[in-house]
Design a protein around this ligand. Structure first.
Ligand SMILES: [Zn+2]
Length: 71
């Protein structure tokens, strides 16, 4: 009964300073983990401020866009 999924984890970096904001798993689950904060959600769109440079980072549930944004 063990459920084995191939986890596809990508990193989500700040578009400005490349700070690691969180992780995207299986192209839909986004995890943001800080010392006093943990967020996990699926789908939709998320906006976070970079804790290092305060740049606004937006991510939609199509992680392919991550590469486009940073270019
Ligand atoms: Zn930043």
């Amino acid at each position: 009964m063990s459920e084995v999924k191939t986890m596809n984890t990508e990193k989500w970096h700040c578009v400005s300073c490349r700070f690691l904001l969180g992780y995207v798993e299986n192209k839909k689950t986004i995890r943001i983990k800080r010392k006093d904060l943990y967020i996990e959600f699926e789908g939709g769109k998320v906006t976070v401020l970079c804790p290092r440079c305060a740049k606004k980072n937006e991510l939609e549930d199509t992680p392919e866009k991550i590469q486009d944004i940073t270019s």
